[in-house]
Design a protein. Structure first.
Length: 154
């Protein structure tokens, strides 16, 4: 099994698991490999180091030693952690909101003015429509969901 670090043209990073390098090349050539975030099929392989299990000459204590006294380890999440958090939020939004699609602006107003039941919705609105809703005191935010959000997000 080969595990490749991959990225799309928008620099969304993800892993791909393939039976061999040839399998990856074939699937990429046939357009079967796509970004799970934006569905782009313009994918490139990122450099990665092989994992070597060497038992001699390695001091495991050195790799896990605490930071020098008086210095704190950085708490900034890695790009992979940020992407995982984004996917977790996308899954949560897809599971807990109703997709009203093009009717988003109309339905948001109906909910705000208590003409429809209070609930979480998601859909499509232009920047101008979003500004109009905000002027009316209707809170909205943009969160791009992958095109495959109707299917399980992986």
């Amino acid at each position: 099994m080969k595990v490749f670090n991959l990225a799309c043209e928008h620099d969304h990073r993800f892993e791909g698991w393939f039976g061999s390098t040839d399998d990856f090349d074939e699937q990429l050539g046939r357009g079967f490999v796509e970004c799970p975030m934006c569905t782009s099929r313009s994918i490139r392989k990122l450099p990665s180091a092989p994992r070597l299990n060497l038992s001699s000459g390695h001091d495991p204590k050195a790799a896990t030693s605490p930071p020098e006294r008086g210095r704190m380890a950085a708490a900034m999440p890695t790009p992979a952690q940020l992407q995982a958090l984004w996917m977790k939020m996308a899954r949560h939004l897809a599971e807990t909101t109703e997709d009203v699609g093009e009717r988003f602006v109309e339905e948001a107003r109906r909910i705000h003015y208590e003409e429809a039941p209070q609930r979480g919705i998601r859909g499509v609105a232009t920047a101008e429509q979003q500004a109009e809703l905000e002027d009316e005191g209707i809170e909205v935010f943009s969160f791009p969901l992958p095109a495959l959000s109707k299917e399980p997000l992986q």
